[in-house]
Design a protein around this ligand. Structure first.
Ligand code: SF4
Ligand code: SF4
Length: 280
């Protein structure tokens, strides 16, 4: 496959001009047959050749707001997150238009992808996995994509295209091996004890424990460690949610906000506190 060096350069420049903080490019094949049940790029675009990973970052101060007060959190971080997601949509649609004008096909994947419970809470694709496969960074102990410039304080979108673009090299070395194994901060501070510091990502997160935090139950109940029946619920915590909805009816309000604010996570401690890429 002959790479189109000139168009690669133009797409990267346009991405930055449209507002991206970083653009990474990978071969579409790098996201085919992943071990995590993600949809193949070829299901999305039959003759996909490349993927473009678009990254925008949070200004540092936005993540310093107190997350224990939902009203403060929603009207500061929450609304800014929606704006960043809209910005990603604008950048992606402008890039798709640019590629279309050059006579190629391009399909954008929205920054907010609904969760598919049949796949154990996996999504259609993982933007962070695509970002890693496009050379933007590496997955850390907190299971986020860590970038050298912004750490995990980013939002991502992905485009699949049939342009044969020049791919970026994968991130050199393992951040997990070189930084996380020494740091372990996210595992130490996770309020639900959801991160196992001695296992490698992505197999070190207890999804049920993390959902207790991110879905808002921890904030509502003021209990950090989820109860045993929540931790052991299988196949997913959905089997036990009706019981907890009865116990904490206010969750409806939290869920409505979550929907309105693009899948807003009520816990982000392991992202906010991660020292990687943080400005002094
Ligand atoms: S907090 Fe430390 S261990 Fe966790 S992801 Fe960040 S750098 Fe890695
Ligand atoms: S989002 Fe919160 S609950 Fe989930 S792993 Fe990170 S710190 Fe733990």
């Amino acid at each position: 496959m002959e790479e189109d060096i000139e168009l690669t350069k133009e797409i990267k420049e346009k991405g930055i001009e449209f507002g991206a903080a970083k653009i990474g490019i990978g071969e579409a094949d790098r996201c085919d047959k992943t071990p995590f049940f993600f949809t193949s790029p070829y299901t999305i675009l039959k003759d996909a050749k490349s993927m473009i990973s678009i990254c925008v970052n949070y200004p540092e101060g936005i993540l310093d707001v107190p997350s224990d007060d939902p009203f403060v959190f929603l009207t500061t971080f929450g609304s800014f997150r929606v704006k960043l997601q809209d910005k990603l949509r604008d950048i992606a649609s402008s890039l798709v238009g640019f590629i279309d004008e050059r006579g190629y096909k391009a399909v954008p994947i929205d920054p907010v992808i609904p969760i598919d419970e049949r796949r154990w809470f996996a999504c259609l694709i993982s933007h962070k996995y695509a970002g890693m496969m496009s050379g933007l960074g590496d997955i850390g102990m907190n299971n986020a994509l860590l970038t050298p410039e912004f750490g995990p304080r980013i939002e991502l979108a992905t485009i699949f295209t049939n342009v044969p673009l020049k791919t970026d090299a994968l991130f050199g070395g393992s951040i997990y091996e070189g930084v996380c194994k020494e740091c372990k901060k996210c595992a130490d501070i996770c309020p639900t004890q959801g991160i196992d510091a001695f296992k490698k990502p992505p197999y070190n997160i207890d999804l049920n424990r993390c959902l207790w935090g991110t879905q808002g139950w921890m904030l509502l109940s003021k209990i950090e460690i989820p109860p045993d029946d929540w931790v052991s619920a299988r196949p997913t915590v959905n089997t036990i949610i009706p019981k907890y909805k009865g116990r904490y009816p206010k969750i409806k309000e939290y869920q409505a906000w979550q929907e309105e604010y693009g899948g807003l996570p009520y816990c982000m401690k392991c992202i906010i506190e991660c020292p990687y890429g943080k400005k002094e």
